[in-house]
Write a protein that binds this ligand. Structure first.
Ligand SMILES: Cc1cc2nc3c(=O)[nH]c(=O)nc-3n(C[C@H](O)[C@H](O)[C@H](O)COP(=O)(O)O)c2cc1C
Length: 212
């Protein structure tokens, strides 16, 4: 099959940010070969560099490379076949309660004990008037940024993905033993494309931009 990009990309050929953005498209059928584990780890590392407010870092990943589990995940994802076609599926979620239980670990080691205590107390205080759902939504807006980084990091390293929100969140939580309070950014089947996907169909910049 012909690749949609001008040159076929292998995992060791890094794309520019512009090329990664332009060549990313949702791919739902993948080449049947396992993910290179170093590449997978590097993609997650790059996504972990996404910024978060106050550097709270609420994003968490579950990496699934297990056909049996992928079949169960597909069953609670409206039977969307990309979940089992992909060699790996990354589940991306925000866990703000985990952040608040371990605030200190988000603070740089260069701080002394007193500074760490002061900053940690201030951070905890910032969220004490919000309920679990409210701060969960706030954390989700941070995890969504990492979700975007993840797709572009993958594409930049020659991989393809499809972002997905078409699943039953409570069933996915049950399946993966995740606490009830977590909020999903989405799930991301990842691998090498075995189809071309659809060309981008997007608004013009002028349709979506006001210049003041
Ligand atoms: C948050 C989000 C959720 C999505 N959920 C699904 C999904 O459940 N199943 C699916 O096949 N595609 C899903 N998509 C893919 C979109 O249909 C796709 O991104 C859009 O049509 C644009 O196409 P492109 O990604 O090829 O540019 C989702 C995309 C986003 C951003």
């Amino acid at each position: 099959m012909t690749d949609v990009t001008s040159a076929h990309l292998t995992a060791d050929q890094l794309l520019s940010v512009k090329d990664a953005i332009e060549t990313r498209r949702s791919i739902r059928r993948f080449v049947q070969e396992p993910m290179n584990q170093d590449d997978l780890r590097e993609i997650l590392r790059l996504a972990s560099l996404a910024p978060t407010a106050n550097n709270v870092q609420p994003t968490r990943f579950v990496v699934i490379q297990n056909k049996e589990l992928q079949e169960k995940l597909q069953a609670v994802s409206y039977n969307q076949s990309q979940v089992t076609s992909a060699p790996a599926v990354i589940v991306v979620y925000a866990d703000m309660e985990d952040v608040l239980s371990n605030v200190e670990e988000t603070l740089p080691a260069s701080m002394d004990e007193e500074q760490i205590k002061m900053r940690a107390d201030r951070l905890r205080g910032q969220f004490q008037d919000q309920d679990v759902a409210q701060r969960g939504q706030w954390a989700l807006s941070q995890a969504n940024i990492a979700f975007g980084f993840l797709m572009l990091a993958a594409r930049g390293m020659g991989y393809d993905t499809v972002p997905m929100l078409g699943f039953d969140p409570s069933e996915v939580k049950k399946l993966l033993n995740l606490p009830d309070h977590v909020e999903f950014a989405g799930i991301l089947p990842i691998g090498k494309r075995d189809e071309e996907g659809f060309p981008h169909h997007r608004h013009s910049v002028d349709r979506i931009t006001a210049w003041k």
